[in-house]
Design a binder for this molecule. Structure first.
Ligand code: SF4
Length: 280
């Protein structure tokens, strides 16, 4: 049984929170660069270049790339032969978020309850999903998820007879309703199957996969490519100014579902597609 210290998790999570907000990943930057080359609209090209410049300034001056520093969402793969010592995993993650957001001077974006809406003052609690896996490693994926794109995300319980056409219609409709409000170019996370809560989780989980990396399941990868082409024909473009780069990637995760059900969730991510990963 491998032992992992509470304090090591705190330190790593704290760094991840700062790095996620200061350093846009290579995957996203590469996608912006290749979009500049392909974008048909001059205004769209201009916006993409501004996003690249914004990311470079954030990285060199160690400032957040966006004022919305997001909800800290974690996907944790906990090896069943791994033991956390000195405190609980959840508390270590929240302590790391507290430290990272304070030391990085990152905006606190969480309110304690959704009715009274008092800011918790430290960006906690974070949202933590834990999957138990084989082995003795602890893998922590973190994203700082912006509110604008999250607000425009949607879920629908389709009927199996709606089929692939119904799925695509719902996805395109969601992106069109979002328009500029989700801060495109987007990373579109799609969960298909499972049940009500599982399809939302699948959509979120897909966003932790690096931009440009296809789902290893052929059926899902084929759909990702098709959707990517079709989404970019919607004409919304970078920051909603029009153009051929509405999305820099579309991610699909599929799950088994009830014979009578076809749940679909679309979780939109904005151009500040911030995700980090650490393996302990
Ligand atoms: S949705 Fe993304 S880009 Fe838009 S304000 Fe929020 S974090 Fe920033």
């Amino acid at each position: 049984m491998k032992e992992i210290k509470y304090q090591d998790i705190v330190t790593h999570v704290s760094s991840m929170c700062e790095e996620a907000n200061f350093e846009l990943g290579e995957d996203v930057l590469n996608a912006f660069q290749s979009a500049v080359d392909k974008e048909k609209s001059p205004m769209g090209k201009e916006v993409l270049n501004q996003l690249i410049e914004n990311a470079n300034v954030a990285s060199s001056e160690r400032v957040p790339m966006c004022q919305d520093t997001g909800v800290s969402v974690f996907l944790v793969e906990l090896g069943q032969d791994c033991h956390i010592v000195g405190g609980s995993l959840q508390e270590a993650i929240n302590e790391g978020v507290r430290m990272g957001y304070e030391e990085g001077y990152l905006r606190y974006s969480i309110v304690d309850d959704p009715i009274n809406r008092k800011n918790t003052g430290d960006n906690t609690p974070s949202i933590i999903h834990i999957e138990l896996v084989q082995g003795d490693s602890l893998t922590i994926h973190m994203t700082a998820k912006g509110g604008g794109a999250e607000n425009m995300s949607r879920l629908q319980m389709l009927k199996p007879s709606d089929g692939l056409d119904g799925i695509k219609k719902f996805i395109f409709e969601t992106i069109q309703i979002a328009g500029p409000n989700a801060c495109p170019p987007l990373v579109v996370g799609v969960g298909i199957g499972g049940n009500f809560e599982m399809c939302a989780y699948l959509a979120k989980k897909s966003l932790f996969r690096p931009v440009g990396e296809r789902n290893p399941w052929d059926e899902a990868a084929k759909l990702e490519k098709e959707l990517m082409e079709e989404v970019n024909q919607l004409g919304i473009g970078p920051q909603g100014m029009g153009g051929t780069t509405t999305a820099i990637d579309v991610k699909v995760e599929l799950g088994a579902s009830h014979i009578a059900a076809l749940p679909v969730a679309v979780n939109l991510n904005c151009h500040a597609s911030r995700h980090k990963k650490v393996i302990l």
